[in-house]
Design a protein around this ligand. Sequence first.
Ligand SMILES: Cc1cc2nc3c(=O)[nH]c(=O)nc-3n(C[C@H](O)[C@H](O)[C@H](O)COP(=O)(O)OP(=O)(O)OC[C@H]3O[C@@H](n4cnc5c(N)ncnc54)[C@H](O)[C@@H]3O)c2cc1C
Length: 349
Amino acid sequence: MALCSTPCALVVGDGIAGQGAALVLARAGWQVWLALPRPGKPAAHRRHAHITSAAVIARLERSLGKAPGGWAMGRALVWDEAGRREAGARPIIGAEALRLSLAAQAAAAGVQGLTDCTIVPLAHGAGWRWRARGKAGHADVVVDATGSGHWLSRMVGAAVMIEELAGTDRAWSWTGINDGPDRPWLLAARERTQAAVLLREPDGQVRLTLRAPQAAPPDPLAALDRLLIGAGAEWTTWIGSLALDPRPLRHEAPLARRTLVGPDPALPPLLRLGDGLTQTAPRLGQGIAQIAEQLEALAGALAAALPPGQWQARLDALAERRWTGLMLGTGLMLGAGLMLGAGLVRIAA
Ligand SMILES: Cc1cc2nc3c(=O)[nH]c(=O)nc-3n(C[C@H](O)[C@H](O)[C@H](O)COP(=O)(O)OP(=O)(O)OC[C@H]3O[C@@H](n4cnc5c(N)ncnc54)[C@H](O)[C@@H]3O)c2cc1C
C-alpha cells in the first residue's frame, strides 16, 4: 500500500451526494476513488419525480462548475380543492438522470470506481487503508455517502446515534411513457390524505409518485382521476396518453431522521453527507437542496484549504439548522392540529 502523492479521498456510495462529492474533490485536485455498491435492486427513490427550486440548481452549478444536467424547466400545474392553478415553471429532476450526469462528469475528472471495497481506519488518525478487487491504497479522508443506511459510519465503528421525528410517509411510484407533445411538465394534485406528483421528462419518460396511506398500491389512474376531479376530463386531454409499468415501487420513510456521530479522536477524517446525515420525507422535498448546500460547503472548505478533519463541522452546522427548522415546522403543525381539535370540540359542545 502506497501513500498517495496528492491528497486522496475514498467516497463510499454512488448516489447524488457521493457522485457530487467525488466531483467536487476531483475538481479541487484530489485523487478520488468511489466505492460502488454491490449490484442489486436500484434505489427506489431514483424512480420518483423530484422537484426543486431554481436556487438549488444555481447552487449545484456554482459548486460543480458547470450545468449538472439531468433536469429541465417544466410547466407546472397544480390541482387542489381550489381547482387548477398555473404555478409557473419549476425545475424538475430525474434523480437517476442527475446522478448519471454527475457520474459521467466525475469519471471525466479522473474519479475511479472500486468494487468489493473494504476500509480500515489507521491508528492515530493517520488516514484510511482500503482494499478492493486487485487494488489497495490509502485515503486521507473517507466520505460516507451511503444514504439512509449510513452503512459506513457504523461499519468503521463510529459511535452512531439516530434521531427520528415522529410520522411516516408512504409513497408508491410508477414509471411509464407519455406520447403527448414533446415538452417537460409537472403536475401536482393533493387533498387531505393523498397527493400525486406526475413528472414528464423531456424524453417522454413519466414518473408518477402517489403519497397514500394504504398498505397496497392504489390504482394509479383512478387515484389521479379522483385527485383531479375538479379538472374533469381536461387533464387527460392536456397530458395525452399515459402507459405505466404495472409494478410500482413502494417507499416508506420517517418524516425526518438524522444521524449523529460522537466525537472520536482516534477515528481518521470521516465526512458524512446526503441522506446519511439528514433524511427527510419526500413531501418535504429537501433532499437535493441539502446536497447542493453540502457540496457548496465542501467546495468552500477546499478553497479555504481547511484540513479534512474540519470539514464535517461545516456540514454539521448546516444540518443542525435544517433540523431545528424541521422540529419547529412539525411543532407548529402539531400545535395547529391541537388548536383546531380544541376549536372543533368547543363548536360541538
Ligand atoms: C419517494 C421520494 C421522493 C423524493 N422526492 C424528492 C423531491 O421531490 N425533491 C428533493 O429534493 N428530494 C426528494 N427526495 C429525496 C432525495 O431522493 C434524496 O435526498 C437523495 O436522493 C439522497 O441522495 P444520497 O446520495 O444521499 O443517497 P442515495 O441516493 O440513497 O445513495 C446512496 C448510495 O450508496 C450506496 N451504498 C449503500 N451502502 C453501500 C456500501 N456498503 N458500499 C457502497 N455503496 C453503498 C447505495 O446503494 C446508494 O446507491 C425524495 C426521496 C424519496 C424517497
